[in-house]
Design a binder for this molecule. Structure first.
Ligand code: ZN
Length: 241
């Protein structure tokens, strides 16, 4: 298992540069003993950046997780056992952190106001989207969601990272309901503890992604598009400014 900086703390999440030992290489792949590069998952794209050693630099173009974390590289490979310095493309990553935290917040508000579940999401650098079911909001109702979301941002509610026992989460009615339905069934039985992201006292959600530590960092959420996907599902698209 590659240790991931962002998993246990905000300090880890805000790591822009780090050093790590190379544990294995394969053609166009580097594995490190620990990493700050986020692997594709949970609707959030992977990080990009560089690793460097001696006078050599190699681009990280994609990061995937399958048991171990694989940094997909374009360029030279470092020696196994040597130490490299990793540097994230921070603008890209920080956009994802703000967008991803907004996703939790929007999902929580839509659940609170309209009792609708989040059934999918795609985080982007410039815009992000969330699919809800059942949901069919009109323009005024979407404006209500937007102002409630931005009220919470101006309250600057705290974002916390913790680890909880699965058994406690499964029996907790406060957990956002997208997790309480189908998703539990997809988690292997061997997973007994989960990383949990909470926002003030309004949202608790199991998630392995990257998030900001303070809601104020989001700025302002604006909805730019709604698409009805069939009779029950609605997709809301938002931008930040
Ligand atoms: Zn998340």
């Amino acid at each position: 298992m590659t240790e991931q900086y962002h998993m246990s703390s905000h300090d880890g999440t805000y790591t822009k540069e780090f050093e790590a030992k190379v544990t294995a290489t394969y053609p166009e792949i580097v594995e490190l003993e620990r990493t700050a590069f986020y692997p594709l998952g949970g609707g959030q794209p992977s990080d990009r950046g560089i690793i460097e050693w001696n006078n050599t630099k190699t681009d990280i173009i994609d990061v995937r997780k399958k048991n171990r974390i694989r940094h997909m590289v374009k360029g030279d490979l470092p020696e196994v056992g040597s130490t490299v310095k990793g540097t994230l493309d921070w603008n890209r990553r920080y956009s994802f952190m703000r967008m991803h935290t907004s996703q939790h917040l929007v999902s929580a508000v839509v659940n609170e106001l309209y009792n609708s579940d989040t059934v999918g999401n795609q985080i982007g650098e410039d815009k992000s989207r969330i699919d809800f079911k059942p949901l069919k909001l009109n323009k005024d109702q979407i404006d209500d969601v937007e102002s409630k979301v931005n009220d919470y941002i101006s309250e600057d509610l705290e974002v916390n990272i913790s680890e909880e026992l699965r058994s406690n989460l499964e029996n907790n009615p406060e957990i956002r309901s997208s997790m309480s339905s189908g998703l539990w069934k997809m988690l292997p039985k061997s997973v007994t503890k989960l990383r949990v992201i909470s926002i003030g006292d309004i949202d608790v959600c199991p998630c392995a992604g990257t998030h900001v530590m303070s809601l104020k960092e989001i700025g302002k959420v604006s909805f730019v598009k709604k698409d009805n996907k069939g009779s029950q599902k609605q997709r809301l698209t938002y931008v930040l400014d």
